[in-house]
Design a protein around this ligand. Structure first.
Ligand SMILES: *Cc1c(COP(=O)(O)O)cnc(C)c1O
Length: 430
């Protein structure tokens, strides 16, 4: 690929670099790991860069979006409206209308209230819509990372609730309930564990179909395919998953091979994680009361922002030297000393790592954080402290194909509320 050092010189740092060849390889590997005849969604929240969305849509992925903004990003990148699924536990009327007026008619619904809200807009606009019921399994998958199911959760409806009161989840004339959505966890790198998760999902889907109805013909089993984040290491390859999954589907959802049932999977991080590097420059290096501090031109406003707030485990990224004209080069372990890797923000929370052995770094050195193509920029605190966002450089076949920078701007003034008692946010996206 284009040398990271050349990109840093040409565009400056901080900069995210995304390599579309890596996206294609990840997609090919994931397709191979899934039974043929199944669908795959790209979850835009991992990386909403238009070139990344367009690349994956071009490879045949459907697109999973979670807001009107992501929906617009998908459409702008060329995703077909009838291949977009809108999911999210709190959909406003405005977001539903936004989707319907753009011919996006596939929704994942999280509760009877959510279903009724989608149905009301479908009726109002006379547009038929297909809804997947998002299900919160009653059983957690043991040993999962960020668990989004099996525990009390804002996501979906408990399986036991659907089984107890199936009439609440029937939908209506225009809002047809056509399937189930089971997204049970994320960042699982162990093939056995993935298979266990999907087995639980398939068994649950079969039970719900026999209780709620055989008209539930789309079964979205979620994903959770893991890959390293901000650390060195290779994306795992799930060599024997496809065969094992096929067997699980044969027993739980017979008819899927004939197309009587559509089986779908979702992935964000696996498809885009290893396509991205974050380039950064050392701005300062100093001692404070016996601790070494390295201050970078990037921090929690560009990477792992929520971990900066100690809400999720710290990122503790690997930083690798970017030598002029060369590839990133990890420092030998013996050349590392413990220290704090800090960003430039005016808050002590802006540390990417603490007391982790770091390579010797001098002011002006360019470093790269690997494996940050997913949940990098878009998952960070980009508005905090008003720094420029990093450039985003897309390379393909060794060439730079786009170089852009997102910016936050204050839009036109909104009407003042004086004398108008009922302002609400609906229509903000109209
Ligand atoms: C976030 C999310 C995904 C993507 O998860 P990854 O770990 O990035 O693969 C898929 N589906 C749903 C419903 C999500 O919320």
């Amino acid at each position: 690929m284009t040398h990271l050092a050349d990109i840093a010189r040409r565009y400056g740092t901080p900069a995210y670099v995304y390599d579309l060849q890596a996206v294609r390889s990840a997609h090919a590997d994931l397709r191979t790991a899934l039974p043929s005849g199944t669908e795959l969604y790209y979850s835009v929240k991992a990386n909403p860069h238009p070139d990344v969305i367009a690349c994956l849509a071009g490879l045949g992925c459907r697109t999973e979006v979670a807001s009107a903004g992501e929906l617009d990003a998908a459409l702008a990148a060329g995703a077909a409206p009838d291949r977009i699924l809108l999911t999210a536990p709190g959909k406003t009327e405005g977001a539903v209308t936004h989707a319907l007026t753009r011919q996006v008619t596939h929704f994942s619904v999280d509760s009877p209230t959510d279903l009724a809200r989608v149905a009301a807009q479908a009726e109002r606009l006379g547009t038929p819509v297909d809804c997947l019921l998002r299900v919160n399994a009653d059983q957690a998958v043991p040993g999962m990372g960020l668990s989004m199911t099996g525990t009390a959760s804002q996501f979906g409806a408990d399986a036991s609730w659907i089984l107890r009161e199936p009439h609440l989840f029937q939908g209506g004339e225009l809002a047809r309930v056509t399937g189930l959505h089971l997204y049970m966890g994320t960042n699982i790198s162990d093939e056995e564990r993935l298979l266990r998760q999907f087995t639980i999902g398939v068994e649950l889907a079969a039970e719900l179909r026999s209780s709620v109805g055989e008209h539930l013909t789309t079964i979205d089993l979620g994903g959770g395919f893991g890959t390293p984040f901000a650390r060195q290491g290779d994306r795992p390859v799930f060599a024997s998953l496809a065969g094992a999954l096929g067997t699980v589907l044969d027993s739980g959802l017979p008819g899927w091979r004939e197309g009587d049932i559509t089986v779908a999977f979702e992935s964000g991080r696996y498809l885009t994680g290893d396509c991205g590097h974050l380039l950064t420059t050392v701005l300062d290096a100093k001692e404070s009361k016996g601790t070494h501090f390295t201050v970078l031109d990037t921090g929690i406003h560009h990477l792992g922002g929520m971990s900066g707030l100690r809400r999720v485990p710290p990122v503790s990224p690997d930083v690798i030297e970017v030598a002029a004209g060369g590839e990133p080069r990890p420092a030998a372990p013996e050349n590392r000393t413990p220290g704090v890797l800090a960003g430039p923000l005016c808050t002590p929370l802006d540390t990417l790592s603490r007391n982790i052995p770091l390579p010797a770094m001098e002011v002006g050195d360019v470093l790269a954080v690997p494996n940050v193509g997913a949940y990098g920029l878009s998952a960070s605190l980009v508005a905090f402290l008003g720094h420029d966002l990093p450039a985003e450089i897309v390379v393909d076949a060794g060439r730079v194909v786009s170089a852009t920078r997102l910016s936050l701007c204050r839009r036109d003034a909104l009407p003042l509320a004086t004398g108008t008692p009922h302002h609400h946010l609906e229509g903000v996206h109209a």
